[in-house]
Every structure is written in C-alpha cells, then in structure tokens.
Ligand binder design. Structure first.
Ligand code: UD1
Length: 421
C-alpha cells in the first residue's frame, strides 16, 4: 500500500493552489447522463473519486476525453447496461448520484449499496434517496445489498427530507429535471455545490428555483442540453489549508484560487481563536499567530461549520491554549481518528462517540499511522507536519480520493513529505 513519510516540525511558507471542488465534480459526471449533447468541464480535480466517476460514465456508454489538464469533454452515448458495476460502486459513496439520472434517462437501474468513507454507524444509509424516488413513481426492490429500481415515467412530487442531506438533495433535484410536472423539495441542504449544480443545469435548460435555500422547486422539462461548466473551488480544501497554515505557518501562507465567501463559519471562528488572516476575492493570506486560543465547535450543515473540517480543526486545537469541546453532530465515527492524535501526544478525552475535549497546547511526536478516511487522513498529515520526528501514514488511497497531488503542493510550502508507492 502507498504511504507518506513526513518529517515534521518545519515552519511552512509560500503559496498553495486550491483545486476544483471534489463534491461539485462528483455530481457533474452523473448529470451528464441527463443530456444527449456534449458537455465540457474545466477545473476538474484529478483525484481518485473523480477517476471512478469518469470510469462509471464510460462504462455507461459515454465518451470521456481529457482536453488538457483539468478539462474534460463528455460526449453522450447510449448505455446497453443498466447495472452499475459493483467494483466501482463500492469505491465511492457519490456513485449513488448515478441512480437518479439513470432512472430519468433509461427508467431502470440496478446497483449495490455504495461504499466510501466509513464514518457513520454501519453503512451510510440511502433511505432518503429511495423514499424520494418512490414518490416519483419508481418501483424499488431490495434483495440483500442489491437494489433494483424501475419506472415508466417519473412524476413531479412534494418531498420533505426528514434529515438534511447534501447528496440526497442533489440527487432528487437532478432527477426531477426530467420528471413530468413540478417537484417541491423541502428541508433541503444549502451547500454551495448544490447551487453550482443547479446553475449548471439551468444553463442547460432545466428550471430549478431556490437552490441554496431550504425549499427547491423544479419544473420538469423535456430536454437537458449540453453545456460548459467550470467547477467551483474546493471549500473544504481551502478550509483545510487554512487550518494547516494557522497551525504551522511560518512568515505567511497564501491560499490561492479559492472562494473565501464559502467559509464564513471558519473566518468567524478564526476571529475568536486569534488567527492572523486576511481575505481577498479569490485568496486567503494567513500569518503565524503568537498565541492560538481554544474554542468549542459544533459541526452543522452549511452555512454552519462543516463536518469535513472538524478533523483539521481538532488537530489545530492541539496547538491552542485551553480546552475545546469538539461536537460532531453529522457522523458518529468521525472522531475515532483522535485516538491516533493521542498516540502522537495530544491530550484528548473522548466524552462519547460525538464529543471530544482537546486540552492544549501539546507537543506532538511522529508515529506510524494508518489513514482511516479521507478527511481524517489529511488531518493526520497536518498533525505529522506539526510533530517532532518522522511519521509514516499508510493507506493513503483514502487521501488520494479527495486531494490532488497533495504531497507535491505541500513540498512547495517547504514540507518534508515523501510518497512511497
Ligand atoms: C456529503 C459530502 C461529504 C460531507 C457530507 C456532509 C459529497 C459527495 N459528500 O456527503 O463530503 O461530509 O455531505 O456535509 O457531496 N443520511 C441518511 N439517509 C440518507 C442520506 C444521508 O440518514 O439517505 C444521513 C447521513 O448518514 C448523515 C447525514 O444524513 O448522518 C448527512 O449525510 P449527507 O449529507 O447525505 O452526506 P453525503 O451527501 O453522503
């Protein structure tokens, strides 16, 4: 298995570029199934989850061609197969995003329960997707871990999400574009990636109103055209680099090609804990702070503090003065990685599966670690860069799933990080 070897303790400085958003890109490839025309996508992050989405689209008969670095052209084709291949579905949770567009285009699809990060109790549920599809007239048969869905004509509907879910909101929003009549979705997630997807679909002829608010209305149309789409900057990567810079920045770290407006919860928190930062239109500058102060957080759906930024923030709090309570409300296994921070010397007490208390500041020391999931993996890299001595992080496929050439970008900041394949 590939691993990273990191020698920590060096202050970092310089510039780092933010890639296109993983969570936006992963929805555009399935959305390509909705049109018979050609699509051009730019600013695509070249990461493992995106490669899997491209493989899925190619398997389903579309031609995915790289035009240049980060830009792809998708020419539509006709699928002869309605089974999403298990070897791809098992690798990334966002494979579920292909189900709705398959129903809209072909009226049937078979798939197994999607994989991805193991961060919730048991397997991550898909009940909201299935309930929404059923309301659109889809027949759902479940046999073990396999799902068989079919519908003769999708119909508009009224749906209330009993839990706020990003991908379920996006999935039903996309599917409803080709249903007959109007669909009203209530208690929707409001993430910027949802707004970006709606803007793209509207440019291609969809009629979606209200994306970015809790109520989204979609009027079904007969056809979705092709179009051009530039993936928005990855706000989670931006926030992660901001935490890294706050924890170990030297003179100054400039985070480029990002959208600071998508991270207001982070900047409000930085004001409280004493991070020295300034925001530009597409960039963030962070200078080393004399003293960081501890502060509690509770993860929340957008625009609150993102669960995907909880783990880098927890690492940052090991360097802050005082005690901070980290309350993870979305996923109940996302705090388990803190055990590895404790092995590195952090003073962390687990109150229950959803809450830990971090007492800081503490010195961290290099250790042999295994990346448990995508976001925890990148946070272990931050911890390793802070730590004294050598850290080995194994299972870095989990990090490559979401971060493009991360080691190279960190080396540009002066980090001593090496990939061993
Ligand atoms: C998306 C993001 C992920 C982020 C998460 C929360 C993508 C590809 N991934 O994941 O990076 O961490 O939002 O911001 O965009 N749930 C159900 N039933 C369902 C679906 C979800 O109970 O059918 C629950 C989940 O277990 C979780 C909560 O809803 O507790 C939120 O999950 P959700 O927003 O769906 O996460 P994802 O969309 O999978």
């Amino acid at each position: 298995m590939a691993k990273f070897i990191i020698n920590g303790g060096k202050p970092l400085k310089g510039e780092i570029n933010v890639s296109g958003s993983k969570n936006a890109a992963l929805k555009i490839f399935p959305a390509a199934l909705l049109t018979g025309d050609t699509i051009e996508i730019s600013n695509v992050p070249e990461i493992e989850d995106v490669f899997r989405a491209q493989e899925m689209l190619s398997f389903l008969g579309h031609e995915v061609k790289k035009i240049k670095s980060g830009s792809f052209e998708i020419k539509s084709g006709k699928s002869k197969c309605f089974d999403l291949p298990a070897n791809l579905v098992n690798k990334f949770r966002a494979s579920i995003m292909f189900v709705g567009p398959m129903l809209a285009s072909y009226g049937k699809v078979k798939f197994s329960h999607p994989g991805g990060c193991v961060i919730g109790a048991g397997t991550r549920p898909i009940d909201l997707f299935l309930s929404g599809f059923k309301k659109m007239g889809v027949k759902v048969k479940i046999s073990g871990k396999n799902y068989f869905l079919n519908v003769s004509k999708l119909k508009g509907m009224n749906f209330f999400f009993s839990k706020v879910s990003v991908t379920a909101t996006e999935s039903l929003m996309m599917t409803a574009c080709l249903a007959s009549g109007e669909t009203i979705l209530k208690n929707c997630a409001m993430e910027p990636e949802i707004v970006a997807l709606a803007n793209y679909l509207n440019d291609c002829g969809a009629k979606i109103e209200g994306a970015g608010t809790p109520i989204i209305k979609i009027k079904g149309v007969k056809k979705i055209k092709g179009g051009k789409y530039k993936i928005i900057p990855d706000r989670i990567e931006t926030g992660t680099f901001a935490m890294l810079a706050a924890a170990i920045g030297g003179d100054e770290i400039l985070i480029k090609n990002c959208n600071p407006n998508h991270l207001e919860a982070v900047w409000a928190l930085f004001d409280k804990i004493g991070v020295n930062y300034s925001l530009g239109k597409n960039e963030v500058k962070i200078k080393r702070s004399k003293k960081l102060l501890a502060c509690d957080i509770t993860t929340h759906e957008y625009p609150g503090f993102a669960t995907d930024l909880q783990s880098p923030y927890t690492v940052l709090m090991t360097q802050a003065y005082g005690s901070s309570l980290i309350h993870e409300t979305i996923y109940d296994r996302r705090l388990l990685f803190t055990d590895m921070l404790t092995q590195m010397g952090a003073d962390i007490i687990m109150a229950d599966p959803h809450r830990v208390v971090v007492n800081g500041p503490t010195k961290l020391y290099g250790r042999k670690l295994v990346s448990p999931d995508l976001r925890a993996g990148v946070s272990l890299i931050i911890a390793a860069l802070i730590a004294k001595g050598k850290t080995e992080i194994d299972n870095i496929y989990q990090i490559d799933r979401g971060y493009e050439k991360l080691d190279k970008r960190l080396r540009n900041l002066g980090a001593d990080i090496k990939r061993i394949d």
